[in-house]
Design a protein around this ligand. Structure first.
Ligand code: GLY
Length: 379
């Protein structure tokens, strides 16, 4: 669509959040154009854990509630996506097992168990024998395990392929290689965007879903910006030459995780590094992942290395995403999803599309309102 000069809604970012929001907005009858620069994105390397209960942190109850809400809707979201796109969106009902390598880990797992139980989350504490009954490939040295039966997974690459088809089938458009460098605004209102090529596209509304690159967008004064910084994660993708089935569940230690794919692929993640926009894998990063996970799953040593990758998680100062109206008319944010971009895709899409359609954020989503970061109130 090289000639296009305007749209009701221009979405900046062709990752899961941008595409899913575009899909939902198109279903509401909005004329949607997604612009994707093709920059390295976190979803391309993400393991796709849908693990709100496993990842719950002290003091992050609002994020947990959002994650649980999104996780609860994920299976139907994926089924609808699969049906609309006519291709598998990659959802697996896998569950997750968190395992202790030694006595210190086991003590930490007991604390995690108490905390999750106090939050009313479903989790089962397993001694080594029952844990190995569930996952026979676990090392005999595993001391303790927690089973989270509802923390499933999705293959983000499959999900994004399906979302692209769904957006188009719902009447939306997607342009790849469209690098937006600037947001145009006049009289406190967004008027469109400017591409690297100099091309301008007018828009009644612009949804910023640029992940870690959100901060590189020019044209916005500081007082209306959502602060997002990149947090590097190194990821290793392995393949079992023997085919799928070494483990059924996602497996976590306190420091790393492994997510099995249906085809014998495994995604191991991930480091947490404040290194700016650095996308270089390191020997140390790969070593950490293999050391932590092979200790509990020695079968990893037989696997082939397919990819070593880095992703940039988009982090806000309080780890919660910013989803909702911005401080200029026509500006809507859906960014800052940090460790939870895949998990929060369905719920962010519903919220973003509702706001684009002129609705207010529901009360349960007020903790995501972008205005908590801006010194100028939402428009
Ligand atoms: N959600 C997993 C990660 O960010 O590494």
């Amino acid at each position: 669509m090289a000639d296009r000069h305007g749209a009701d809604v221009v979405v900046l970012g062709g990752g899961p959040i941008g595409l899913a929001t575009a899909w939902r907005a198109a279903q509401r009858g909005l004329d949607v154009l997604v612009l994707d620069a093709g920059a390295p994105a976190a979803w391309q390397v993400a393991a796709g854990m849908l693990a709100p209960a496993t990842e719950a942190e002290y003091g992050e109850e609002a994020l947990l509630e959002l994650g649980l809400r999104s996780a609860a809707s994920f299976e139907s979201f994926a089924a609808e996506l699969t049906e609309t796109a006519g291709q598998d969106a990659g959802f697996r009902r896998s569950g997750t097992l968190v395992v202790a390598r030694d006595r210190d880990d086991a003590e930490a797992l007991d604390r995690l168990f108490e905390f999750r139980t106090s939050l009313g989350l479903e989790v089962t504490r397993l001694r080594p024998t029952p844990a190995r009954r569930l996952e026979p490939a676990l090392a005999p040295t595993v001391r303790l395990a927690l089973e989270f039966p509802h923390d499933h997974s999705i293959d983000p690459r499959r999900m994004v392929c399906a979302l692209e088809v769904a957006v188009r089938r719902s009447g939306g458009e997607i342009r790849h290689g469209a690098n937006v460098v600037r947001l145009d605004a006049q009289d406190e209102r967004v008027t469109g965007v400017q591409l690297e090529t100099g091309e301008r596209i007018s828009a009644a509304q612009v949804l910023v879903a640029g992940g870690a690159w959100t901060s590189t967008l020019a044209g916005l004064p500081d007082e209306v910006r959502v602060p997002v910084r990149p947090v590097k994660g190194q990821v290793l993708r392995l393949r079992d030459p023997a085919g799928p089935g070494l483990v059924q569940r996602s497996i976590r230690t306190l420091d790393a995780y492994l997510v099995p794919r249906a085809d014998g692929g495994y995604v191991l993640g991930a480091t947490m590094e404040d290194q700016g926009f650095d996308l270089t894998p390191t020997a140390g990063g790969v070593f950490e992942l293999l050391r932590d996970l092979s200790e509990v799953l020695p079968g990893l040593f037989e696997m082939q290395i397919e990819e070593v990758l880095c992703g940039l998680r988009p982090a806000t100062p309080d780890n919660r995403p910013a989803v909702g109206p911005g401080a200029l008319d026509g500006l809507v944010w859906s960014t800052g999803h940090f460790r939870n971009g895949i998990l929060l895709t369905p719920v962010s899409a519903e919220l973003g599309a509702a706001v684009l359609a002129g609705e207010s954020l529901p009360e349960w989503a007020r903790d995501c309102a972008p205005e908590r970061f801006t010194t100028k109130a939402a428009a």
